[in-house]
Design a protein around this ligand. Structure first.
Ligand code: GRF
Length: 195
């Protein structure tokens, strides 16, 4: 399966997927990386791995629609079977999601449905939760609400800050995203049409 990874920042999840995909027998290959920020650190990581990487800077376009049209054009050029959002900090339009219905995955740093949106770790700490974690899910039109594929849990420890918790969760993100991509690429998991 051909996979394009979309990033906005450091790209540690993109790196984890690329490493997993380079293992013999992995059922997917990363054929390209697209960023909406030209200064995304993940672009350097992608280049170091020899992955084709494109920066489509949002502010180079005069509207969200124009930017998204450019992203869709670039995606079409890679003929992806699957798209993995990995720290991509932009919402996709309904038209975009329908174009790749059931074939877009995202990783979110919380135990969805808890804490959709931003600042998930500080919210979990503030709430006094005993656990935090991450969720790989299929992308649907609502933000962070598509069917979950896999979750991982970590303890919230006394004295945790959002940064220490984020680091503990990120390690799990890297592990479960590769597992989720394997499961979806092998056809073992698919997004069923919701009733
Ligand atoms: C991660 O916590 C991810 O869950 C969130 O963005 C953070 C950074 O991801 N979406 P990455 O290092 O850019 O992959």
């Amino acid at each position: 399966k051909r996979v394009v990874v979309m990033i906005s920042g450091g790209g540690s999840n993109m790196l984890a997927l690329a490493k997993a995909a380079s293992e013999p027998g992995f059922p997917a290959e990363i054929v390209g990386v697209i960023s909406d920020r030209r200064d995304a650190g993940g672009l350097t990581k992608a280049a170091a791995l020899g992955l084709p990487a494109l920066a489509l800077e949002r502010r180079d376009y005069d509207s969200k629609a124009a930017h998204e049209a450019a992203v869709l054009d670039a995606l079409a050029g890679f003929s992806p079977d699957l798209i993995c959002l990995a720290g991509y900090m932009r919402l996709l339009s309904g038209a975009f999601i329908q174009r790749y219905e059931g074939r877009i995955l995202n990783i979110h740093p919380s135990l969805l449905p808890l804490y959709p949106g931003l600042h998930t770790h500080s919210r979990a700490i503030e709430a006094g939760d005993a656990e935090a974690g991450c969720t790989v899910h299929f992308v649907t039109e609502g933000m962070d609400e598509g069917p979950a594929i896999v979750q991982a849990r970590v303890p919230i420890l006394p004295g945790d800050t959002p940064e220490t918790l984020a680091a503990r969760v990120l390690t799990e993100e890297h592990r479960v995203y590769a597992q989720a991509l394997r499961d979806v690429a092998e056809g073992r998991v698919r997004m069923t049409a919701r009733s």
